[in-house]
Design a protein around this ligand. Structure first.
Ligand SMILES: [Zn+2]
Length: 346
């Protein structure tokens, strides 16, 4: 249903078209990724060849930016207008929907928020304990390792959420190394609704203490860039590392997806940060955007929580205390439940 988008009144599915549309070259377009997400299509985009591959079970479709021709298996079809890319989002003419979601087997319509973001239910959550194995993460002055603190907090968050009836997957449940890029991929495979990565900070002055929640963005200040660089170092110990060029290309791809999830990521970050600040009496250092590699590629709202500063003497002492970690986990879980409630009631 359209809320304020105009211009599609004469098109085939206009009456109940479930995606926000924009007009390009006098034709109506909508975001291809939004449809993929909604109907469970896997997709891949190669920025060099500009080819998009959509997959669902045995079916494979190939489309090309700038072209109205596409292949559904071996069958060739033509759209009313070419596929376009705009502000890092791939747009397709609205008639592609009839090929992908034939009218008879469409999903029930879900209302859209004013921003064009789906109202979603939250049932499955990925809790990602940062680092692990050969990657210890930050290490405190008295030897506390980020990888062990965050694993314990993640497991406690899992327990809390499961008690509330959510399905929760951990990206790791032991001290093992998991490449950064596999983490959001794991979430995509599990068709998770949210991705929450848990870290402890040690990147700045050892006098700083507090708590931060991040969502993914590329435009940041220098401090945030430094933090992201520290957290992203794990890429360098990543044996399945991509070359930096491949990463840059991947970044373009990631942009498309996170643009669509950013609003909800920011909302989730706000819920978690408010509750943690209140329950733990912690100084909230902010909800910020940062280019964290671990959030890139997540096809769902994703945030990174820095549960405290392991570099700070008091911070390290607190993070060593299982009771404190339990309180932290409870507050994070409560923030997630608050967001779930917000989404489902919107
Ligand atoms: Zn970390």
């Amino acid at each position: 249903m359209f809320l304020f988008f105009q211009g599609c009144a004469t098109t085939p599915s206009a009456g109940n078209f479930p995606y926000p549309t924009i007009t390009i070259h006098d034709a109506s377009y909508f975001s291809l990724m939004q449809m993929c997400e909604r109907v469970g299509l896997k997709w891949d985009y190669d920025p060099l060849s500009k080819e998009i591959v959509l997959k669902k079970e045995a079916r494979e479709m190939r489309l090309l930016i700038g072209s109205s021709l596409f292949f559904d298996g071996a069958a060739r079809h033509e759209l009313s207008a070419p596929i376009e890319i705009k502000d890092s989002v791939i747009y397709t003419p609205i008639d592609l929907r009839d090929y992908i979601e034939p009218p008879a087997c469409r999903l029930p319509e879900k209302p859209l928020s004013r921003a064009g973001v789906y109202l979603r239910s939250v049932n499955t959550v990925i809790v990602d304990a940062g680092h692990g194995g050969k990657d210890p993460g930050a290490i405190g002055r008295y030897g506390l390792k980020e990888k062990s603190v965050v694993l314990d907090v993640a497991q406690k968050v899992q327990k809390e959420l499961e008690r509330c009836g959510l399905k929760v997957y951990l990206t790791r449940s032991s001290d093992e190394f998991i490449p950064l890029s596999s983490r959001p991929e794991f979430g995509n495979r599990k068709k998770a609704d949210l991705f929450v990565s848990i870290h402890a900070n040690a990147n700045r002055s050892r006098w700083i203490e507090g708590f931060e929640v991040y969502y993914l963005t590329e435009s940041v200040d220098d401090d945030t860039r430094a933090l992201a660089a520290a957290e992203n170092q794990s890429l360098e110990v990543d044996s399945q590392n991509l070359s930096s060029k491949a990463l840059a290309l991947k970044a373009i791809l990631w942009d498309m997806i996170f643009t669509e999830n950013r609003k909800e990521s920011v909302a989730l970050a706000n819920f978690i940060s408010k509750i943690v600040a209140r329950k733990l009496g912690m100084q909230l250092l902010g909800v910020k955007g940062a280019p964290f590699a671990v959030l890139k590629g997540a096809q769902m709202p994703a945030v990174l929580v820095e549960v405290g500063y392991i570099s700070n003497k008091e911070g390290e002492k607190k993070l060593r205390d299982p009771l404190y970690r339990q309180k932290m986990a409870q507050a994070i879980a409560e923030g997630i439940m608050g967001f779930k409630d917000y989404c489902e009631r919107r």
